[in-house]
Structure formats: structure tokens, C-alpha cells
Design a protein around this ligand. Structure first.
Ligand SMILES: Nc1ncnc2c1ncn2[C@@H]1O[C@H](COP(=O)(O)OP(=O)(O)OP(=O)(O)O)[C@@H](O)[C@H]1O
Ligand SMILES: Cc1ncc(C[n+]2csc(CCOP(=O)(O)O)c2C)c(N)n1
Ligand SMILES: [Mg+2]
Ligand SMILES: [Mg+2]
Ligand SMILES: [Mg+2]
Length: 322
């Protein structure tokens, strides 16, 4: 018979899970006591939290436990680096039914461990509870290393808008999975294990980014937060939003051609690319792609346009689509 987490029990599962996580230099204490102690050399800690809910964020038939572990860490550390900080610590809330296969919990743990190794942070604690719905709630911490945080309210008219990472691959991957077609691996992989450009968060801060965020809900929706926060508008140039070959291949399979590829790039979320604004004279490395400009805007005009027009779709809203 398949071993379940109910068969093992909560505390044995905690021991089994926590023994998988190596310490880093940032971990002064943890996991194991009432709270962990994480070094924060400059005294300013970035903190963020995100949920992953089965059926809403992932399906066990589409993503392996290991994929979900990778993704849970990636979506949280993407928020840390989007502030210009370096990932340090992670706390993992794990709520699951007792009949969850033990192998799922173990594989999830390895995914978490391996993504931490990529991003550079360490698991310092967490919690477990029984639940009808498999839910992962992560809190992530980061160190600004003495830099000022890159917020959403610093964009100025005339700044350039640029992104690094992937745009639209994850959304195309989700569409392919939904339609049951085996499309380009790059799209399916990006949906299952997003690959945020972790090093580019601190890099953007060094380059003088005036605003930044990670693209979780959709480029237009997320840049809309910069528009409202900074009291500006943003116009994206569709000619600069060039789809990656895998995205072009996905829309060849799915149908919809170039307009659908553009729609995936403008409104597809979950790739966790970094989008930022920079003063116009900033010399950007090649992996930062210029895609638009920040414009002055009246209070009723603080949104994202594509070639001057409001896009049909801007992105995900949990209570409207979820
Ligand atoms: N329930 C809540 N209580 C307090 N603050 C919240 C709550 N939900 C969201 N926030 C705050 O609102 C802001 C926007 O949250 P949001 O989740 O949209 O951003 P995000 O985590 O970058 O995006 P995403 O969740 O799509 O990855 C964040 O500062 C977040 O901390
Ligand atoms: C099974 C399944 N159905 C739909 C989606 C699409 N989806 C879910 S949440 C989200 C926005 C980002 O999440 P958050 O805002 O919580 O970070 C998106 C695009 C998915 N990933 N899996
Ligand atoms: Mg969030
Ligand atoms: Mg974010
Ligand atoms: Mg969201």
C-alpha cells in the first residue's frame, strides 16, 4: 500500500522534511526552535508572502510535486528580487489531506530545496496542518544589502520600460495543458517551473531602476500597479514585444497567430519576469528588453496602453477568473 503523510504523522514528517534543507550563511538559527534567526546585515529585511492552492494555481495531473516545490519558491523569491533584494530565508506553510502520498510531500520538499539552491535562500521554518485542499503558503525574506528598495511608485514620465526573463510562455503552457496538447517543452516547463531572473533584481537596483515588479498576473495588469503607484501612464510598443520561438510555435499549435502571441505576452502571468522602469539615458545590458515608455497621465488615464490602445485583457484576477 502507498505510504501517506497520515501514516507517518505530523512530527515525523516535519523531521523528514526539515532534514532536507541545508543551511546557508544567513541562517543563524532554524528550523527547530519557536522561531528562526536570519542574518540581516544592513538591518532592513524585505518580507513577502504568496499562496499556492491546488486546483487554482496547479493541478497534480499537470505538475509533479517537484515542479510545485520549485514554483512555490520561485514565485516568492521573485517578489524579493523585484524589490532589488537578495533572497535569504523562507518559511513554508503546508496544509494537506492525510491521504496525500508521502512521496508527494518528499518530492515537493526536494523541489523547494533545489529552487532555493538556484535562488540562494534557505528554508528556516514553516508549519503543517490538515486540510481538504492542498495549500502551500510561503513567506520569503530578503536582504537589501544597503541598497534602497525599488518600489512601484518611482517611475517618471520619459523613463523607459524594460523587462528581463520570459513573457507569455507560462500562459501558453497552461493553454496547451488545458487543451491536452503536448506543445513546446519551453512553454510547459515555464508553467511548471517558472525561472525568474533572480540576479537581475539587484542588478536593476544597481542600474538605477525607478520602479520594478515581477510579472505574476500579467504584464499590463502588473505595470498598471506602477502606473497608479507612480501617477503615470505606460505605453508599450507591440513591435518591441517580440515573442520567443517557443511562444510562436505554441500559437501555431493553439491557433491565433501573432495577435495571440502578443496577448500572451501582454496579459499572461506566472513567468515571473522582472519589469522595470529606468531613466531614459540608462545603458541597459542586452538581457533587459526595452518595450515601452512612461508617459505623463491625468488621474483618469493612469493605465497601460499598447500602441496607444487599452489591451483587451490585462491579466489574472483571483476573484473574477479563479
Ligand atoms: N490579505 C492581505 N492582507 C494584507 N496585505 C495584503 C493581502 N493581500 C495582498 N496584500 C498586499 O497587497 C500588495 C499587492 O499584493 P499582490 O499579491 O497583488 O502582489 P504580488 O504578491 O506581487 O503579486 P502576486 O500575488 O500576483 O504574485 C502586497 O504588498 C501585499 O503584501
Ligand atoms: C490549474 C490552474 N488554473 C489556472 C492557472 C492560472 N493562474 C492561477 S493564479 C494566476 C496568477 C498568479 O497567481 P498569484 O496572483 O496567486 O501569484 C494564474 C495566471 C494556473 N496556474 N493553474
Ligand atoms: Mg501576492
Ligand atoms: Mg510581485
Ligand atoms: Mg496575483
Amino acid at each position: 500500500m502507498q505510504k501517506t503523510i497520515g501514516g507517518l504523522g505530523e512530527f515525523a514528517l516535519i523531521r523528514r522534511v526539515t532534514s532536507q534543507f541545508p543551511r546557508t550563511d544567513d541562517v543563524i538559527l532554524g528550523p527547530g526552535d519557536d522561531a528562526a534567526i536570519v542574518a540581516s546585515p544592513d538591518g532592513r529585511t524585505v518580507a513577502t508572502t504568496d499562496l499556492l492552492v491546488e486546483g487554482r494555481h496547479f493541478r497534480r495531473e499537470w505538475s509533479s510535486a517537484r515542479d510545485v516545490g520549485h514554483r512555490a519558491v520561485a514565485q516568492n523569491f521573485a517578489d524579493v528580487v523585484a524589490m532589488g533584494a537578495r533572497p535569504t530565508g523562507l518559511l513554508i506553510g503546508f496544509a494537506a489531506p492525510a491521504d496525500l502520498p508521502l512521496a508527494w510531500a518528499e518530492e515537493f520538499t526536494l523541489g523547494v530545496r533545489d529552487e532555493c539552491a538556484i535562488a540562494g535562500g534557505a528554508v528556516v521554518g514553516g508549519d503543517m496542518a490538515g486540510s481538504d485542499t492542498l495549500t502551500i503558503a510561503i513567506t520569503a525574506l530578503g536582504d537589501l544589502q544597503g541598497r534602497a528598495p525599488v518600489r512601484r511608485d518611482g517611475a517618471r514620465p520619459g523613463d523607459v520600460v524594460a523587462y528581463t526573463g520570459h513573457l507569455g510562455l507560462s500562459a501558453a503552457g497552461l493553454a496547451l495543458l488545458t487543451e491536452g496538447v503536448d506543445g513546446p517543452a519551453a512553454c510547459l516547463d515555464e508553467h511548471r517551473r517558472p525561472s525568474p531572473p533572480y540576479a537581475s533584481g539587484p542588478e536593476a537596483a544597481h542600474l538605477g531602476a525607478t520602479a520594478m515588479l515581477d510579472v505574476s498576473d500579467g504584464l499590463a495588469q502588473d505595470l498598471g500597479h506602477v502606473c497608479r503607484g507612480s501617477e503615470v501612464g505606460i505605453d508599450l510598443d507591440p513591435a518591441l514585444l517580440a515573442p520567443e520561438p517557443a511562444l510562436t510555435e505554441a500559437v501555431r499549435i493553439l491557433g491565433g497567430g501573432a495577435p495571440r502571441a502578443l496577448a500572451f505576452m501582454v496579459s499572461g502571468g506566472e513567468d515571473h519576469a522582472l519589469a522595470a522602469t529606468f531613466p531614459a539615458d540608462t545603458v541597459l545590458p542586452d538581457h533587459w528588453h526595452r518595450i515601452g515608455v512612461v508617459r505623463a497621465a491625468d488621474p483618469d488615464d493612469r493605465y497601460v496602453t499598447v500602441a496607444g490602445k487599452a489591451p483587451e485583457q490585462t491579466g489574472w484576477d483571483h476573484f473574477r477568473q479563479g
